[in-house]
Design a protein around this ligand. Structure first.
Ligand code: PGA
Length: 243
């Protein structure tokens, strides 16, 4: 695991965008696993900026998002489908047919997850997987558990995740209680992984991910076993790490 220190959110975002952009330049048809949440927004803005300057071309890029709330329509402003269009896809020349997000509008969890898994597998998994990390060490919506999850599956969100995400909803009771998420095993199949984290609320999770025991109680800790994983975190998120 390579750990890179960033000065602040802007620096973290630019460093992360550099890695994503390098992947696209090296392989224009790269398969990139994307994340939602507050953390990647700055990196997406940087990528949009480089696209507008003609330095980046998304024409052949293929994307797979990590997760989606169960029960939200694609055009629901709280859905991750909507988030991706608003924060990236609508601003670059990506072919929307090449973008994929688990289908939260399909309430048949088994069918929705099996379909997503089959697509990811048929693609041959991701060239680069971008990840944020939850305050409780989750990646995607893989919450602390007794075992590491395998493929795409439906999860009951933990109270801590519901609380953390309630800032994005008008009322806490509006936060969906379930989500479809790529499994840990699927994430680990990516050829390279980039984790980004900022702010002191992430400091314990970042320490546990990088220096704690590898345990499904901290899903991100398994990334210690990946052969090509880079963590870019700002000073606040690295505050507990012995670097
Ligand atoms: P955040 O979420 O980027 O909104 O902090 C990260 C995550 O929960 O994976």
């Amino acid at each position: 695991m390579k750990i890179r220190r960033a000065k602040d959110y802007a620096d973290m975002s630019r460093k992360a965008a550099n890695i994503i952009s390098a992947q696209i330049i090296l392989k224009p048809c790269a398969r990139i696993g994307l994340a939602t949440g507050s953390t990647p927004i700055g990196a997406y803005q940087q990528l949009i900026d480089w696209y507008r300057k003609d330095d980046l071309d998304f024409a052949e890029v293929v994307t797979y998002n990590l997760d989606e709330y169960r029960g939200l329509a694609h055009d629901d402003p709280q859905s991750y489908h909507y988030f991706m269009r608003k924060n990236l896809f609508d601003h670059v020349n990506i072919d929307l047919a090449n973008t994929h997000v688990p289908d939260g509008s399909n309430l048949d969890a088994e069918a929705a997850c099996a379909e997503y898994d089959a697509m990811v597998k048929a693609e041959g998994y991701m060239d680069l997987q971008l990840l944020g990390i939850g305050n409780n060490g989750h990646i995607g919506f893989n919450e602390p558990d007794e075992v590491f999850s395998k493929g795409t599956h439906c999860v009951d969100l933990t109270e801590s995740t519901i609380q953390a995400n309630s800032r994005l909803f008008d009322r806490p009771e509006d936060v969906p209680r379930q989500a479809y998420t790529m499994g840990v095993q699927t994430i680990m199949h990516a050829r390279s992984i980039l984790v980004i984290a900022n702010g002191d609320a992430k400091a314990q999770a970042v320490y546990d991910m990088c220096f704690g025991p590898v345990t499904p109680r901290v899903p991100a800790s398994i990334l210690q076993l990946h052969t090509n994983c880079t963590v870019i975190a700002d000073e606040a998120a690295l505050a507990l790490c012995p670097l």
